[in-house]
Design a binder for this molecule. Structure first.
Ligand code: ZN
Length: 108
């Protein structure tokens, strides 16, 4: 049988969400970060889709900038960079259960 995968290879239906608090590097106030834990999410399109779902759930002020997740501190407005957050998110994902799951429609 011929394999007919989805174009672009993006077929994610249920994505675990990690939630953790993280101190803003400028003002020190804790920001709640919600992070989609799925290594397949690398294309700007899929990141934007997930960001959209998270915003609709009002989890956080998440934005996708240059194909990277960025969080805005609600206290001082500073952007929290992707690199440190990702390191922290990977750590959190290894020590706790997902906070929630989000459903994504099949992209075909
Ligand atoms: Zn801040």
């Amino acid at each position: 049988m011929r394999y007919s995968g989805p174009p672009g290879g993006f077929r994610v239906r249920e994505i675990p969400i990690i939630r953790f608090s993280y101190p803003c590097y400028r003002c020190g106030k804790n920001v709640y970060i919600t992070w989609p834990f799925n290594e397949e999410l690398t294309s700007p399109e899929s990141l934007s889709l997930v960001g959209e779902v998270l915003r609709k759930k009002e989890y956080s002020s998440l934005q996708v900038v240059n194909s990277q997740y960025t969080f805005i501190c609600r206290n001082c407005g500073t952007q929290q960079g992707n690199f440190y957050l990702k390191t922290e998110a990977m750590h959190e994902a290894s020590i706790r259960e997902p906070y929630d799951y989000i459903e994504m429609g099949k992209q075909e």
